[in-house]
Write a protein that binds this ligand. Structure first.
Ligand code: SAM
Length: 309
């Protein structure tokens, strides 16, 4: 089958919104090529990577794929219209090219290798060989068409925080689980029970497969749902959410209700410019910010229930 690759270059702050739009319009296999992530991932600075023959984009590119069939022209026109409406306040560029299915499947896998995060975590693509060192915790993933293969700064920030706070036996909720990476890692680190939620059915199916792949099905349950609704959990020790600032802000009141008095909320997906707004809402709702970590444009916050909540 032939596919049309639609590539949108955009400022980092709009990457998630464009990815979500692609998903909402039902396009296949959304891929984000972020120059900062690729050079970090290949463990060489961007200029050296370019010397190796890999051309890095100047700013992030979000790619999606449409089948080349009789409906293509109509879908493409609809996509352009939706992008223009979404991105009217920022500059963006769109390009297209036709490609074979095999080229697409292999193109993004080339960037995806085992990656070490924090002290002892390794995120390993299911098709790669990796010999673990003693004490390492290996999360094996095939992200398929869902977000979360450990290469994004926000995912890594959440992983390092989870590595520090999971001591064993905790009740964890992962909101916006994507590939399931954070939920599965929490279980591998020793959490007693994990409920993972995503509103996207593709993410839910992918996360369930990854849960089985890591043999943590006895402790991790993946549900489709919006934010914390329908998790069926009265109290959580750790709530982690790597989404976007607006969604994090909307989530805070429910987090405060669900968090046990000594519980922790780990929030990322927040770009620097939106940090103040997220902090303000946390404090206003009675959360006490314990820690902040940043990588490039992205930040993660860890908060606890403060006095009076
Ligand atoms: C940036 S991805 C994070 C994936 C993974 N947790 C990670 O850290 O790599 C955000 C995920 O949140 C999901 N999401 C967005 N809004 C949501 C909502 N209101 N309720 C549940 N999930 C949501 C998206 O479908 C997407 O899978």
């Amino acid at each position: 089958m032939r596919w049309l690759e639609v590539a949108v270059s955009v400022h980092p702050e709009w990457v998630e919104a464009v990815s979500n739009l692609f998903w909402e319009l039902g396009t296949g296999g959304v891929v984000v090529e972020d120059p900062a992530i690729i050079s970090l991932y290949l463990q060489r600075p961007a200029d050296q990577v370019a010397m190796d023959g890999l051309r890095l984009p100047a700013e992030p590119v979000v790619k999606a794929y449409l089948p080349v069939d009789e409906e293509l022209a109509g879908r493409l026109a609809g996509l352009r219209e939706s992008l223009a409406a979404l991105l009217e306040e920022t500059s963006w560029r769109m390009s297209t090219r036709e490609m074979e299915e095999e080229d697409w499947a292999n193109a993004w896998k080339a960037y995806y290798r085992p990656v070490q995060v924090g002290e002892r975590l390794v995120v390993k693509p299911s098709w790669e060989e990796y010999r673990p060192r003693p004490g390492q915790v290996i999360c094996e993933l095939d992200p398929g068409m869902a977000f979360g293969c450990g290469t994004h700064a926000t995912t890594r920030l959440c992983l390092t925080m989870l590595e520090e706070v999971i001591r064993g036996g905790e009740m964890v909720v992962d909101v916006g689980t994507g590939s399931g990476i954070l939920a599965i890692t929490a279980a591998l680190l020793g959490a007693g029970r994990v409920v993972a939620v995503d509103r996207d059915p593709v993410a839910v199916a992918t996360a369930r497969q990854n849960v089985e792949r890591n043999r943590v099905g006895d402790r991790v349950e993946v549900r489709q749902g919006d934010l914390l609704q329908g998790t069926g959990i009265p109290v959580a020790d750790v709530i982690v959410a790597n989404i976007v600032a607006d969604v994090i802000i909307a989530l805070i009141p429910a987090v405060v209700r669900m968090l046990n008095p000594k519980g922790l909320f780990i929030a990322s997906g927040v770009i620097r410019e939106r940090e103040k707004g997220v902090r303000r809402e946390m404090v206003l709702r009675g959360l006490e910010i314990r820690e902040e970590r940043a990588e490039g444009e992205w930040i993660a916050l860890m908060a606890a229930r403060g006095w009076g909540t």
